[in-house]
Structure formats: structure tokens, C-alpha cells
Design a protein around this ligand. Structure first.
Ligand SMILES: *[C@@H]1O[C@H](CO)[C@@H](O)[C@H](O)[C@H]1NC(C)=O
Length: 367
């Protein structure tokens, strides 16, 4: 029977997400890996300067003047972890763990002995508007976009690159997912968490609806893990060949504009079809207990970075997780987790809630 703790799941996902995790041994003295050219440990941005030349391990004459990279800047923030792509100058991926608590929403039913939630009721929960009375600590209006000093200057996305580019500074980890503190929210405004997104019809609309969908999943799942991944997908041209075509913004051109964005979601909750063991710790009735049998659900959505009509069916953007992984060169979740996961849209209603607040505001402004 599958017994997987949520933190374990995410740890596995992250380890794989970082890629060659085994190639970056963390200062563990007793882990000799013979005959392997060791790249430097990934620098953790936001704190120290990662410009220092890295000595190469293992006596490679070829690289005796230093390891050239690629170096993924691993950014560990309050509300998320991300890897920055120095060549594209936006995140390679961002990862978040959303819970009702982290979003200050009503938690899903989870105590042992709770009856399974009937599907229609669960679906109602999925599509219910937020309506939360949340003690929100992070206030978006108090945050400003910032360049990330932790990224070496020559690779750092700059505010001026976005200025008059015609693109929005699109959050990969949404500010609304980081309301636990002002600092957490501020950290989502680092340009190392930002990629250029079409504003109207995408960043301000359909993409925002998808972000909201991810948050609403916490109504029915205890743990929601979200990877956000910018993608560069080839398109078939008139001559029958496939090419990747994308804009690069800034002067000189610096920040690449992804053709697509993916959200890959792993959601877990107690599997009510198994009798749940009462938790040994009365303070934590069941939710985070690692011996709870979990139902896992996984879904990947790939959206083009362009205006998407409000009426578009969210399910029309569903792709196999492997498609995202292959296109991005990432392993987001291991085979074991994938094998145990149900299709997200089979166990919950994959539907966005259309919100056109900005338009309402605009029309008010006109009058
Ligand atoms: C958040 O950012 C704003 C604007 O830069 C700043 O005034 C404020 O001190 C920051 N708050 C925290 C907690 O970092």
C-alpha cells in the first residue's frame, strides 16, 4: 500500500527537478565519488556573490581554469524554491507547496473517521469562489519588482529590460501564493521569479485563472505542489520544418520570451477508500502524518504565451507530465510518484473561474 509523506514527495520532486542532484554533493565529508568531474555546488542566490571562479574537482586538465557552467542558481525563498536560467534570464522552474494553511483558506476535511467527500460536493468546493476571511499579512501594493543581486550582474534580468518591452513582468510564483508575510510576498517580486508574459488575455487573465485554480485545489487537497516552467516549443513552419521562434527583450536583447508556460501540479489528500489509521500525534489529527495513505493526483497544463479567450476549456491545455519534462529537460517527479498518481482532472473539476476585475475597473475609470 502506498504510504508517502507529502514532504518526502516534494523532496523527491525537488531533488530530481534540480537535475543531477548526485553530482552536487553537499559538503558531506565521507562521500567520495571517484572518477567524476564535479561541478560546483549550485550557488544559492539572494545572499552571497556567486561570481567567484569555481575550482574544479578531480584534477581535470581540460577544466583547469574553472568550471564554465551551466550553473543553476538555486533560489530558496520563504514561499518557494526556484532555479534561474542564466542564458534565458528567467527561472528554469519554480516550485511551491500550497496548503489551505499557507493560503489561509478553509482546510479540506481530513480528520480520521471523516467520511469520503462525495464527488459532487468536492467539485462544488473546487469551484466555490474564494470568499475567505483571511488575515493577509502580505500586501501586494507594498511590494515592488526588484533585480536579484544574488544573480551575477552579467546574467541578471534588469528592470530596464522589461521597460516598454510590451510584456508584463509575469510572476512564476504568484504574489497571491505568498501572503504569509510581507517578506514572502516581496520575494516573489525578484526578477529571478519573473518571465515576460503577454499581459492582456494572458498574465492578467487566463494565466491568473490557472494560478487561482491551483490555489483552489487546496480546498480539496491537503497538499498541492506546483512547478511552474517556462517553455520554448517548436512550431511547424510553412516549409514543413519545426522551429522555435521567440523574442528577446531588452537593449541589448537579454531576456528571452518563452513561447509557453507550464504548470505541473501534484495534489495529495488522505485516500478515503482505505481505512485510515488514527494518528499517533493528537495535535496533528492526520493531515501531515506520514503514515496516512494518500491519494495522489497529477496534472500538467501547457499554455501558449498569448491571449487566450476566457471561454477556453482548461482541460484543453492538459498534457502528459512527460511532455513538459522532455521539453524543459527536467524530471519533475519520479516514476514511482507518477505511477501512483491519478489524473488530476479525473478526480477534481478542472475549470477556471473567469474574473475580469481590471476591465470593470477600466470601465469605471472611463465614466
Ligand atoms: C517589501 O518591499 C517594500 C518595497 O521595497 C519595502 O518597503 C518593505 O520594507 C519590504 N518588506 C519586507 C518585510 O521586506
Amino acid at each position: 500500500m502506498p504510504t508517502l509523506g507529502p514532504s518526502l514527495l516534494f523532496a523527491a520532486g525537488l531533488t530530481l527537478g534540480v537535475g543531477a542532484g548526485v553530482l552536487y554533493p553537499r559538503k558531506s565529508p565521507s562521500s567520495p565519488i571517484p572518477n567524476v568531474q564535479l561541478p560546483p555546488p549550485p550557488p544559492e542566490g539572494g545572499q552571497h556573490d556567486s561570481r567567484a571562479l569555481v575550482p574544479t574537482a578531480g584534477g581535470s586538465a581540460v577544466l583547469s581554469h574553472g568550471f564554465p557552467g551551466p550553473i543553476p542558481d538555486i533560489l530558496k525563498r520563504t514561499a518557494y524554491t526556484a532555479a534561474y536560467d542564466r542564458r534565458l534570464q528567467h527561472p528554469a522552474w519554480t516550485a511551491e507547496h500550497l496548503t489551505a494553511t499557507s493560503l489561509a483558506r478553509t482546510p479540506p476535511p481530513s480528520s480520521p473517521g471523516t467520511n469520503p467527500v462525495p464527488l459532487d460536493q468536492a467539485r462544488k468546493g473546487d469551484t466555490a469562489g474564494s470568499g475567505d476571511k483571511v488575515v493577509v499579512k502580505g500586501d501586494r501594493s507594498k511590494s515592488v519588482f526588484m533585480e536579484d543581486e544574488g544573480i551575477p550582474e552579467m546574467f541578471r534580468a534588469k528592470l530596464r529590460d522589461y521597460f516598454r518591452s510590451g510584456y508584463d513582468r509575469g510572476h512564476m510564483v504568484p504574489a497571491a501564493d505568498a501572503k504569509i508575510s510581507q517578506q514572502a510576498m516581496n520575494e516573489t517580486f525578484y526578477l529571478s521569479n519573473i518571465a515576460p508574459q503577454v499581459g492582456d488575455g494572458f498574465n492578467r487573465h487566463y494565466w491568473a485563472y490557472l494560478e487561482d485554480f491551483c490555489r483552489r485545489l487546496t480546498t480539496n487537497f491537503e497538499d498541492v505542489y506546483v512547478f511552474t516552467v517556462p517553455l520554448y516549443l517548436p512550431a511547424k513552419q510553412a516549409d514543413g520544418k519545426w522551429r522555435v521562434s521567440y523574442e528577446v527583450i531588452g537593449n541589448p536583447p537579454s531576456i528571452s520570451v518563452p513561447t509557453h508556460f507550464a504548470k505541473v501540479i501534484l495534489a495529495s489528500r488522505p485516500d478515503f477508500s482505505y481505512p485510515q489509521r488514527p494518528s499517533s500525534n493528537p495535535n496533528y489529527p492526520s493531515s501531515s502524518s506520514s503514515d496516512t495513505i494518500k491519494e495522489l493526483a497529477m496534472g500538467a497544463f501547457v499554455l501558449p504565451n498569448k491571449e487566450i479567450p476566457d471561454q477556453a476549456d482548461l482541460r484543453s491545455f492538459v498534457v502528459p507530465v512527460e511532455h513538459v519534462e522532455k521539453a524543459a529537460g527536467l524530471q519533475l517527479f519520479n516514476e514511482q510518484v507518477k505511477g501512483k498518481s491519478k489524473q488530476l482532472c479525473a478526480v477534481t473539476q478542472c475549470q477556471v473561474i473567469v474574473r475580469r476585475f481590471d476591465d470593470a475597473r477600466k470601465s469605471i475609470g472611463k465614466k
